[in-house]
Design a protein around this ligand. Structure first.
Ligand code: 13P
Length: 250
């Protein structure tokens, strides 16, 4: 049985003080959370302070991105080892904003996935189609191509511990949430892809989150779908009450 996993992707939001206050509130509330894993992914510059605020609590720490090289002359970049050093357990890789705003390719993301795994981080690998791709009926092809590229060379054992986030680009930050049936269809396809590329036992283990305008009101129905194992939450992760409202829907 897969344990649900709800993670907050704060994106480029909060001040240091706001981030610490939000994390402190979540850490306190998390004492009574038993049904799922939760994590926060603050901006890189606040990972250290937020990590200190949640240390010893049930709230996991994640980053929103990293670079694949271990060290060296890569101005502005952050390595997997640096994230581990700050207490990170997770790292979001291949988020749609990284793909579409910063033009990261599946090959780039694949290098990051391997570097993250090597450092002991759990990658949250994001996939998802554009509206035009959905309308053209190519959603399955798009997400499978993204998985093939970004997960190339990953072993079944590594995949079993990794998290995939299905985030349809048209649902991110738009208030247009995929219907539970639309999301479940893609999650089922993704699990079938894992079973065909690896094996059925591995497919049963991989946690697949849904992301895209998740909020407390739509979370229960999304999270009740058999192949939806949690959520990657953007806007609604910035207020403790909103995020905890989603967690309550597990
Ligand atoms: P929203 O929840 O703001 O739509 O963002 C989703 C997302 O991109 C999480 O990574």
């Amino acid at each position: 049985m897969r344990r649900p996993f709800i993670a907050g992707n704060w994106k480029m939001n909060t001040t240091r003080a706001e981030g610490v206050a939000l994390a402190t509130e979540l850490a306190k509330a998390a004492e009574s959370i038993t049904k799922c894993d939760i994590a926060v992914c603050p901006p890189a510059v606040y990972v250290d302070a937020v990590g200190a605020a949640i240390r010893g609590s049930k709230v996991g720490l994640g980053a929103q991105n990293m670079y694949h090289e271990p060290s060296g002359a890569f101005t502005g970049e952050i390595s997997a080892a640096m994230l581990v050093d700050l207490g990170c357990r997770y790292v979001i890789l291949g988020h749609s904003e990284r793909r579409h705003v910063f033009h990261e390719t599946d090959a780039d993301i694949n290098k990051k996935v391997h570097a993250a795994l090597k450092a002991g981080l759990t990658p949250i690998v994001c996939v998802g189609e554009l509206l035009a791709e959905r309308e053209a009926g190519t959603t399955r092809h798009v997400v499978e191509t993204q998985c093939n590229g970004s997960l190339a060379g990953v072993t079944a054992e590594q995949l079993a511990g990794l998290v995939i986030a299905y985030e349809p680009v048209w649902a991110i930050g738009t208030g247009k949430v995929a219907t539970p049936a639309q999301a479940e269809d893609v999650h089922r396809d993704l699990r079938a892809w894992i079973a065909s590329r690896f094996d059925a036992a591995t497919a049963e283990k991989v946690r697949i989150q849904y992301g895209g305008s998740v909020k407390a009101s739509n979370a229960p129905e999304l999270l009740s779908q058999p192949n939806i194992d949690g959520a990657l939450v953007g806007g609604a992760s910035l207020k403790a009450a909103d995020f905890l409202g989603i967690v309550a829907g597990v």
